[in-house]
Write a protein that binds this ligand. Structure first.
Ligand code: MLC
Ligand code: AMP
Length: 504
């Protein structure tokens, strides 16, 4: 094929006038309409001088046009680089600089600040607003509705997704066309997706879950999506009778269960609920089954690997587990010190290998070498075990990571900001259980001798530099941080001490 990703996900729908997107206002975008828009956007980017392999950084609200931009990048051989809409200009600067993006597409409300920041870095700026208007779509409207698909190989890059790191520096995970396409096909088969499926899509489209799992699976199977700007429990409940499937983070499921109008009848037309991106409590699984009669299918993935494991479609979906390795995926549990595979049942680090596993981190050979072994196994940083029936259990993380409502947060990034504030000697940021987000961020700071840090000023500094979802929900002042004999901060002690702060 000339361009496996475009041909395999998008090109297969050429000429189809069946619905692809059902929009909240009742409008429908057909496959053909979507492809025409993507082709027009591909023309715009080609006219701007973008060449295959160039990176297109995209920080826009969720809309059909935003999704068409993903298709346009695939068709023009460009590397799609979606960015969380919550990121501040400070955070964006790093991504633009590091990726060497040639084009930034952003909301008109941010364009002045972004242009000022990105101009000197050599990136152009175009706008795309939540309602689909903007300079990108204005230009697209003048363009032909067919575009000669740029030839690419399966090993060429399709997307960059930045994932934060333990040092506070984000890493650009390089995903190839084959990574994305192979995983989409596997999931279609495993989860039995077909042209009659209607997926309730309320996830953001700047992460693996909403973009590659949900959208690619629908594209590969020829189904359609009820495409919602964000998760709103009331709207989901109203629309669920028109859908057959939903994918969500655990917060989606706990919020639905908190709503009494979410009943067995509401879910009666559904055939599948999938959960992932964060641990689904076994208790939520049971409550959901009691309420609806459906057993949520939990799966496990990562930005670097797409999906690795899944509970079975047929067969027991075991609460508190992430199921079995997907076809084509090798998964082993190893000793973190020696790298040796551990006997079945023992807890160790989870390593995975397969066509889904990324190519490495952009321009970070040392980090790539540290996590991606020569034999193709990727060290996930998750800790797990495999039970006697082959189900994978995730029991913790070997990485200092907080997952809040499905968003990953690396404490180091927040600690660097806190440590920088006047009167702060040092800080530790931990994740503590939270009833809505699963985990939430807590900051613990130690003042300099004789100083009284100004908590308002600290939060102001946090707001200026970090996306809202990373902000500590509370900052506690202590005299000293607990340390072990090696002088390392004992975050487990802090987690024990403050663990029930939001749940008690
Ligand atoms: C929103 N806020 C969050 C937050 N989401 N804070 C912490 N963690 C989050 N996840 C902020 C809001 O800005 C707001 O700030 C306040 O918290 C309350 O917001 P809300 O209205 O209650 O939140 P809402 O907008 O409804 O969003 C919650 C959510 C959303 C759970 C629906 O976060 C979401 O869609 N999460 C999905 C993330 C995702 O797709 N992850 C997949 C990663 S891929 P204020 O100031 O207004 O109070 C991956 C791989 C894999 O991990 O395996 O899938
Ligand atoms: P990200 O880096 O955003 O792609 O997040 C990937 C991380 O999310 C994984 O390394 C896991 O720690 C976590 N994760 C994803 N799915 C699950 C799940 N079903 N259960 C527990 N943790 C999960």
């Amino acid at each position: 094929m000339a361009n496996p990703l475009f041909d395999g996900l998008f090109g297969i729908h050429a000429g189809k006038t069946t619905p692809f997107l059902h929009l909240p206002d009742g409008q429908i975008m057909t496959h053909d309409g979507f492809l025409s828009l993507a082709a027009q956007m591909a023309h715009v980017m080609a006219r701007l001088g973008l060449a295959p392999g160039d990176r297109v950084a995209v920080q826009v609200e969720k809309s059909p046009q935003a999704l068409a931009l993903y298709a346009a990048c695939a068709q023009a051989g460009l590397v799609f680089l979606p960015l969380n809409t919550g990121y501040t200009v400070d955070e964006l600067r790093y991504f633009i600089e590091n990726s060497g993006a040639s084009l930034i597409v952003c909301d008109a409300g941010n364009v002045i600040a972004l242009r000022e920041m990105a101009g000197p870095l050599g990136a152009r700026t175009e706008t795309l607003n939540a309602d689909g208007s903007g300079s990108l779509t204005d230009q697209a409207g003048e363009m032909p509705t067919a575009f000669d698909t740029v030839a690419r190989s399966g090993d060429d890059l399709a997307a960059f997704l930045y994932t934060s790191g333990t040092t506070g520096r984000s890493k650009g995970a390089m995903l190839t066309q084959d990574n994305l396409l192979s995983n989409a096909h596997t999931l279609v088969d495993e989860w039995r997706f077909g042209p009659d499926d209607v997926l309730l899509h309320a996830l953001p489209i700047f992460h693996t879950h909403g973009l590659f799992v949900a959208t690619n699976v629908v594209l590969a199977s020829g189904g359609s999506m009820i495409f919602l700007p964000k998760f709103d429990a009331g709207q989901i409940i109203r629309l669920m009778p028109q859908a057959t499937t939903m994918m969500g983070v655990p917060t989606f499921y706990t919020r639905l269960l908190d709503d009494d109008s979410f009943t067995r009848d509401v879910a009666a037309h559904m055939r599948l609920f999938v959960s992932g991106s964060a641990p689904l409590l076994a208790e939520t699984h049971v409550q959901f089954e009691n309420r609806t009669g459906h057993r949520i299918l939990e799966r496990y993935g990562m930005t670097e690997t797409n999906m690795n494991t899944s509970n079975p479609y047929e067969g027991e979906r075991r609460a508190g587990t992430v199921g079995f390795p997907l076809p084509g995926v090798d998964l082993k549990i190893t000793d973190a010190e020696t790298g040796d595979t551990l006997p079945q049942g023992e807890i160790g680090q989870i390593e995975v290998r397969g066509p889904n596993v990324f190519k490495g981190y952009w321009q970070m050979p040392e980090k790539t070498a540290a996590e991606l072994r020569d034999d193709g196994f990727f060290i996930t940083g998750d800790l797990g075990r495999i039970d006697g029936d082959g189900y994978v259990h995730i029991v913790g993380r070997n990485k200092d990571l907080i997952i809040s409502g499905g968003y990953n947060i690396y404490p180091k990034e927040i600690e660097l900001v806190l440590d920088d504030q006047p009167g702060v000697l040092e800080s530790a940021v931990i994740g503590v259980p939270h009833p809505d987000f699963g985990e939430t961020v807590l900051g613990v700071i130690v003042p300099q001798a004789g100083a009284t840090p100004d908590s308002d000023a600290i939060m102001e500094a946090v707001r200026a530099s970090l996306a809202r979802f990373k902000h500590p929900r509370r900052v506690i002042v202590v005299d000293a941080l607990p340390r072990n004999t090696m002088g390392k901060v004992q975050k487990n002690v802090l987690r024990d001490r403050y663990g029930d702060m939001f749940t008690a």
